[in-house]
Design a protein around this ligand. Structure first.
Ligand code: MSP
Length: 655
């Protein structure tokens, strides 16, 4: 049986605002998956979406939708990006998949039965955007240490996982398996920040919202979203289900690839859960750096602040092709460290490496074979002093690339391939085929030179296949090779091309870009898109759908009451929301309402408003909204709350 190779990306939050930074982990994993497939391994490459949690429920509520249909549309968008980027995943898991839900429930039950999970009460600081609890000492200036945002004090009955008892075992794991957590700097981070101070037990259930996987034996609890999410790596293989053949075949994973900010979950919590389940641990966890833009992580909340960089994968692929985008991601960012993205850096990479080095080598070789030998690859003729170094570099290439890939170093692997490209360009300068062509007695030497060049670009195309998904096939095709027949590295050595093959000219693989002109055009496009997006959002807000006819019974389901506003204040860091305290007769409630732009809080105090009182509560910015104030809205987005025509007691029913 073929050796197996199981590689995973983190599963993505369905944010909808995916940018180039998000493509990084997945493109890197794709290169490993393709490389290992070509090495003859039986590869399983997993990616997917992480769909539960308060943050997503809130977003869906803000869009006026139920979470699942809200997420479905976003998942389709993500799959489109992966298609554009030629991501060859074997499975796309969604944490709302039934098999995943059952698997998480089984794991929770098992851990509870084993005493690894127990029931208690949690009190701590919670960061809603990060879905993370923090202790007082972990906060930085009273804010979330990961994202710097406000945290709220939360207290609730919870289940806990006995993470504390795994401190020593995880330390030992790092000591005994130096390869487990890479790069090395991540080990120091984990040891100094989390393991040395000692791990605390982990709160693994929530009761304050319900968009999650219910704990099967205590349904008012939903499983903490990170436990739910991490489990995807084994639920995707059928763990806990009836058919465990994939699990038996592929687990443990060879590599969990993730970015550095979520390494704590993968290198501490996940191994501890697996230890508690008596399951083997993944062989390697890799915490890569971030793609920075203007020195900042391209987080979802920041994409809009990026002034003129083109960051959306579709726009980039449309302009430059997915090969150029993949190449930039795989090559420019030193693996394990952060890398900086700018439009200019991308264009320079395209011009220097892809257009000048690779594109020129391919087109010059094709052109010379066409011009001097009528497009038929000549027979190997006369060797020369210049040949040996080029051939030696070609012969060594597979070994060098393989070593870099084994060390999980993709940029180095590409550097090795491009060294050969550069060596071949130098070989053209040294051998001067155009001069040889002028002298009939040098024809045999010219034949060898062109054969060596054709053979070098063939080898380069084979070696590039895991990284670039389109141009290597164009090169192979130009040399008379059916790209579909190149599925492994068996031809990754020198001397494979047969003399007599037909060589044809192709369109330039990567046309040279006029950088200044392109930068100006990109800037114009980005600014225009931003303006259009803004206008579109505005128009959408005012687009009113014709609702279907309802019966009086339907209408009767909505409970409307008169409410008196007791107090109102702006919700911190929101330019839309007001937190409003109302009285409904002998009952008081809090509602969060998006009317800040139209009403000053003080103006509302003392007013009587119409309120929907039987709407399911939702949390907005950490505040539970227990109802909705009814407003009229005109086409410009102006809002006006409704008020009874004459004074009437608050709490009065409206029907
Ligand atoms: N849902 C969690 C992962 C759960 S895995 C059990 C999550 N999702 S995410 O959508 O926010 O991020 C997905 C991946 O993209 C993460 O590895 C994240 O770090 C990565 N990146 C997001 N922005 C990035 C950059 N700017 N640069 C590099 N990677 C980035 O985290």
């Amino acid at each position: 049986m073929k050796p197996k190779y199981y590689i995973t990306t983190p599963i993505y939050y369905p944010s909808g605002d995916w940018h180039l930074g998000h493509c990084y982990t997945t493109t890197v994993c794709d290169a490993f998956a393709r490389f290992n497939r070509m090495k003859g391994k039986d590869v399983f490459f997993l990616t997917g979406t992480d769909e539960h949690g308060q943050k997503i429920a809130q977003k869906a509520a803000e869009a006026g939708m139920q979470p699942k249909p809200f997420i479905d549309g976003l998942v389709d968008k993500l799959k489109e990006i992966w298609k554009l980027m030629d991501i060859s995943y074997d499975k796309f898991i969604r944490t709302t998949d039934e098999e995943h839900v059952l698997s998480v429930q089984k794991i929770f039950e098992k851990l509870y039965e084993k005493g690894e999970i127990y029931k208690s009460e949690y009190e701590g600081w919670y960061c809603t955007p990060c879905e993370s609890f923090w202790t007082e000492s972990q906060l930085v200036d009273g804010k979330c240490p990961d994202c710097g945002r406000e945290v709220t004090r939360e207290k609730e009955e919870s289940y806990f996982f006995r993470l504390s008892k795994y401190t020593d075992r995880i330390l030992k794991l790092y000591e005994e398996n130096p390869e487990f957590l890479q790069p090395k700097s991540r080990v120091n981070e984990m040891v100094n920040n989390f393991l040395k101070p000692g791990l605390s037990d982990l709160c693994v259930s929530r009761t304050s919202f319900d968009w999650g996987i219910p704990v099967s034996f205590d349904k008012k609890h939903v499983v903490y979203v990170w436990i739910d999410a991490l489990t995807n790596y084994i639920s995707a293989l059928g763990y806990g289900g009836e058919d465990t053949s994939l699990f038996d075949r592929y687990w443990p994973a060879d590599v969990h690839m993730t970015a550095k900010e979520i390494i704590r979950f993968h290198a501490i919590i996940w191994p501890a859960i697996l230890m508690a389940l008596d399951l083997p641990l993944p062989k390697q966890v890799y915490g890569h750096g971030w793609l920075l833009i203007g020195g900042d992580k391209m987080s979802k909340s920041k994409t809009d602040k990026i002034k003129t960089e083109l960051v959306h994968p579709k726009a980039l692929c449309d302009r430059y092709g997915s090969d150029a985008v993949r190449y930039f991601l795989l090559r420019e960012i030193p693996f394990g460290s952060d890398g900086v993205y700018t439009n200019e850096a991308l264009l320079k990479r395209i011009n220097a490496d892809l257009a000048n080095d690779l594109g020129n080598l391919a087109s010059r070789t094709q052109a010379m074979i066409t011009q001097y030998f009528g497009g038929t690859l000549p027979k190997f003729g006369e060797t020369g002093a210049e040949d040996s170094e080029l051939i030696a570099e070609c012969e060594a290439l597979f070994g060098r690339v393989d070593a870099a890939m084994t060390a999980l170093n993709v940029p180095d692997a590409l550097t090795e391939i491009f060294k050969v490209v550069q060596r071949a360009n130098k070989y053209i300068d040294e051998t001067m085929p155009w001069a040889l062509a002028k002298d009939e007695s040098k024809k045999a030497r010219l034949a060898t030179v062109l054969y060596n060049l054709a053979e070098t670009i063939r080898l380069v195309a084979v070696m590039l296949k895991p990284y670039l998904t389109k141009s290597p096939d164009v090169i192979l095709d130009s040399l008379g090779i059916d790209p579909a027949t190149v599925t492994d590295f068996s031809s990754a050595h020198f001397g494979v091309l047969a003399a007599g093959s037909t060589v044809k000219k192709t369109a330039p693989l990567f046309p040279r870009i006029d950088i200044n002109k392109e930068l100006a055009d990109v800037e114009k496009t980005v600014l225009a898109e931003k303006a259009a997006k803004k206008a579109n959002e505005k128009a959408k807000t005012h687009e009113r759908k014709q609702k279907p006819e309802i019966t009086i019974d339907d209408f009767d389901k909505v409970q409307l009451k008169v409410a008196l506003v007791l107090a109102a204040e702006k919700v911190e860091k929101s330019d839309r929301l007001l937190k409003i305290r109302v009285r409904l007769g002998d009952e008081e409630r809090t509602v969060v309402s998006g009317i800040q732009k139209n009403y000053a809080p003080e103006y509302l105090v003392g007013k009587k408003v119409v309120m929907v009182t039987n709407l399911k509560p939702v949390k907005l910015r950490g505040i539970e909204s227990q109802g909705m104030i009814v407003c009229a809205e005109n086409e410009e987005g102006k809002l006006a709350f409704l008020s009874p025509e004459t004074d009437i007691e608050d709490g009065s029913e409206i029907f």
